[in-house]
Ligand binder design. Structure first.
Ligand code: PMV
Length: 327
């Protein structure tokens, strides 16, 4: 019985949140913190999960019933992924799945997408199935849609390809932009963003006021295109300024929050090149672009404003095989 472990990184959205859901481009970077998923074949027909960070110490279901009844939130992406995987690759059997995370699922770093991708990667290695990045994406994207019905898949693409990518859904365009780490300071508000609620809110607003929202999305897209050029040129001053412009449009969209605003202002007044919320808004994290000289001043200011500084590397590698045990 073989055992393999794969990992996938978390992410931070740099530009283009919300508009990306409607087919406009976005830019996302993978962070250094990862989620690890170990998978071991079993001699039965059971799908079992141990996920200590999620408070799951032994969840078991028979393979024939995957996706049936109410599935606990903590295992829902793993369970639906395995259901999809078995439909596509019928040689699969019972498996023991164990997860481990280097970051809290509260931060908005994309723990659900990272765990889904790491599990899919581990399964493909365990069952020796040759699978391209695009095929891995399609499998994971179907799973995310099964579970939450909405989503651009930018977080899955980041977990699969890693680096800093220009992304159009559903992985129609994935383009690496830089070999250098975007120099970010990350401030966590302490509030969990409700991504689904915010995406639905923007959807409703788009129905009520299509001209206004389409214009905001087109403006965001103009910024994404400029940011793409500046990231390729590693011109971080301009990248920061474009973040501030993107932030103003997100405020107009109504997805920012007082806590995000406070941390963004704290960063800008400490000399950041620019700052914005990252992700759906309403909470989670903000990001600021900084020079090496102002970085610690920005960090101190974020902490003084009641934010938590999350020290991350950016431009991290995408999903990878970590270990194979021949038992
Ligand atoms: O809240 P997050 O970090 O999952 O980001 C959501 C980004 C959105 O564009 C609002 C939704 C999406 O699926 O792209």
């Amino acid at each position: 019985m073989n055992k393999v472990e794969a990992s996938a990184p978390g992410k931070l959205m740099l530009f283009g949140e919300h508009s990306v859901v409607y087919g406009y481009p976005s830019i996302v970077t993978a962070v250094g913190q990862r989620i690890f998923v170990e998978v071991q074949e079993k001699n039965d027909d059971k799908f079992s999960v141990i996920a200590p960070e999620q408070g799951v110490d032994d969840y078991t279901k028979s393979i024939a019933h995957l996706g049936d009844d109410s599935v606990p939130r903590a295992v829902v992406f793993l369970e639906f992924l395995y259901k999809r995987f078995i439909e596509q690759y019928p040689k699969a059997c019972g498996v023991q799945v164990t997860t481990r995370s280097e970051f809290s699922s509260q931060f908005g770093f994309g723990s659900s997408s990272a765990v889904t991708v790491a599990f899919a990667k581990a399964l493909s290695e365990l069952f020796e199935i040759k699978i391209t990045k695009n095929e891995l994406f399609q499998l994971c994207y179907k799973t995310v849609i099964d579970v939450q019905n909405i989503g651009s898949g930018f977080d899955l693409a980041s977990a699969i390809w890693g680096g800093t990518i220009y992304y159009v859904k559903p992985a129609k365009i994935v383009q690496y932009l830089t070999s250098e780490e975007p120099p970010l300071v990350v401030g966590y508000t302490g509030i969990k963003a409700d991504t689904t609620r915010l995406v639905r809110m923007v959807e409703q607003e788009k129905k009520n006021n299509p001209m206004k929202i389409t214009k905001i999305f087109e403006e965001i897209t103009r910024i994404v295109e400029l940011a793409k050029t500046e990231i390729i040129a590693q011109n971080w001053l301009q990248v920061g300024r474009l973040m501030t412009e993107n932030q103003l449009l997100l405020e107009e969209l109504g997805v920012s929050s007082p806590e995000l605003q406070t941390l963004i202002q704290a960063s800008n007044s400490a000399g950041a090149f620019g700052a914005k919320l990252s992700g759906a808004g309403g909470g989670d994290c903000m990001i600021a672009v900084s020079s090496a000289i102002t970085k610690s001043t920005i960090e101190r200011n974020i902490e003084k404003a009641n934010g938590q500084v999350l020290r991350v590397h950016t431009n991290a590698v995408g999903t990878k095989l970590e270990r194979v045990h021949d038992l």
